[in-house]
Design a binder for this molecule. Structure first.
Ligand SMILES: CC(=O)N[C@H]1[C@@H](OP(=O)(O)OP(=O)(O)OC[C@H]2O[C@@H](n3ccc(=O)[nH]c3=O)[C@H](O)[C@@H]2O)O[C@H](CO)[C@@H](O)[C@@H]1O
Ligand SMILES: C=C(OP(=O)(O)O)C(=O)O
Length: 435
């Protein structure tokens, strides 16, 4: 289990370049399975989850070539579909969430797709119903082995149809889109997730020859085509990393410029951080966060306590609520953080409480944070990171705290943040990695 030792209280100064988005990378990497032609993907983040997926694709027979530090070419012209029955696949496929999105492309191209119960964060129930209900609607047969926790879908032909998703699942929508692009006839997906990463996937598939309309909306119309070809695609900057850096700057009173953020794709992220009183300036496509002594929560118009809640896009992403929560501990004013989508993502607040934060965990979904306006700094402690975003929130808390902190299980952080310690140390942080 890896560990970070953090000396708190350091102010950072300088520029951060966001990595390519983890959650987009996981989608578009799976999409390379849809064609025997070469697909070039740029700005691929060098993080554990993405590297695991690339490894899995290689095991399946995809030829992978590294063209540069962040650029790869993939060619799925000799897929070993039997690999899906191997023990290695059962182990590797289960080790990350994103692997579930190989199902749609494999079903579309080879008529079958298998997957062990996928991993990812333990942040509540993470059902896959939407994925399989969608595949079944397209005519696939679904078999779930409860004992081995292995999911199978098979189809001779996929037939386009209308479907209303039971929820706007992100990976579910990506999977169904990839299954539908080569189905017979027309598919309509209503209540589709529509976040920028789904839009990016659709744009990439359209470049490959797919016919997807309604991109960016929650009603997608897909006209099936016989084959898809190669293309070149560039991944967006990671909006969750950008949000994490905004929070980090505010908490540590640092002056940070976040480069090339693709501002129009950040949705409500800047405005939600602004509602905590954090100043964010847009300079070209960069975000400039000045060093701020104090930031004051903006209550609602009627004077009631600010509530920050998550919702499917274009709502505020659940992946940034843990960061909001930690940043609120040093704001001036109180905030109610309402995590509606996941039921176990707020439990890490016990660590923040140990550090001296004033938080009331009302129930698994809601926490009230009474901001301390830096009157009492958090104090360094020993802790273990429970999930990727809680892990980074604890890192931010530790960087702002008085004294030394230790965070164990940093593999969770490495899952989604590229060389976070080196990048932050270059700006003045003091984070030591102990393996
Ligand atoms: C690899 C990847 O891309 N992971 C992301 C993806 O996970 P993933 O695709 O697994 O998440 P889903 O969108 O399926 O669902 C996330 C949670 O929200 C709930 N839900 C979802 C839709 C809805 O309309 N109502 C609702 O309550 C689900 O029941 C579930 O508990 O999307 C999540 C939601 O943005 C993010 O946290 C994950 O980082
Ligand atoms: C929950 C997350 O990831 P995953 O879906 O891969 O577990 C996340 O990125 O915050």
């Amino acid at each position: 289990m890896g560990t970070f030792e953090i000396e708190g209280g350091k102010r950072l100064k300088g520029e951060l370049i966001p990595q390519g988005a983890k959650n987009e990378a996981l989608q578009v990497l799976c999409a390379v399975l849809l064609t025997p032609e070469k697909v070039i993907i740029r700005k691929v983040p060098n993080i554990v989850d993405v590297n695991k997926l690339i490894d899995l694709l290689q095991d399946l027979g995809v030829k992978v070539e590294k063209l540069g530090p962040e650029d790869y070419s993939f060619q799925a012209d000799d897929i070993d579909i039997e690999y899906l029955n191997s023990q290695t696949f059962k182990k590797k496929g289960a080790s990350l969430r994103g692997s579930v999105m190989i199902l749609g492309p494999l079903l579309a191209r080879f008529g079958k797709g298998y997957i062990p119960k996928p991993g990812g964060d333990k942040i509540g129930r993470r059902r896959l119903d939407t994925h399989f209900l969608g595949f079944e609607k397209l005519g696939a047969e679904f078999v779930y082995n409860e004992k081995s926790k292995f999911y199978k879908v098979n189809a001779k032909n996929l037939q386009g149809t209308y479907m209303l998703l039971d929820e706007a699942s992100v990976t579910g929508t990506a999977n169904i889109i990839m299954a539908a692009v080569m189905a017979n006839g027309e598919t309509e997906i209503y209540n589709a997730a529509c976040e920028p990463y789904i839009q990016q996937l659709c744009k990439m598939l359209n470049k490959m020859g797919a016919k997807i309309q309604g991109v960016g909306s929650n009603l997608l119309k897909i006209t099936g085509v016989k084959n898809l070809g190669g293309c070149e695609h560039k991944i967006l900057p990671d909006m969750i990393e950008i949000g994490s850096f905004i929070g980090l700057a505010a908490m540590t009173q640092s002056e940070i410029t976040i480069k090339d953020v693709s501002y129009p794709d950040l949705g409500r992220i800047p405005s939600v951080f602004r509602s905590l009183g954090i100043k964010i300036e847009l300079r070209g496509d960069d975000l400039f966060i000045p060093a701020q002594k104090s930031y004051e929560v903006q209550p609602f118009i009627d004077g009631s306590i600010l509530t920050i809640a998550d919702a499917p896009w274009p709502g505020f992403t659940p992946d940034l609520l843990s960061i909001i929560l930690v940043v609120a501990t040093q704001a001036k004013g109180s905030v109610l953080v309402h995590q509606k989508m996941f039921e176990s993502r707020l439990f890490f607040v016990d660590k923040l409480i140990d550090m001296g934060a004033q938080i009331i965990l009302c129930d698994p979904h809601r926490a009230t944070v009474i901001g301390m306006d830096r009157k009492t700094p958090l104090r360094g402690i020993q802790m273990t990171s429970p999930d990727i975003r809680a892990g980074v929130s604890l890192l931010i808390a530790a960087m702002s705290a008085k004294g030394k902190s230790t965070i164990h299980n940093i593999e969770q952080i490495d899952r989604g943040y590229q060389n976070i310690d080196e990048r932050l140390n270059a700006l003045g942080a003091s984070i030591k990695r102990i393996n």
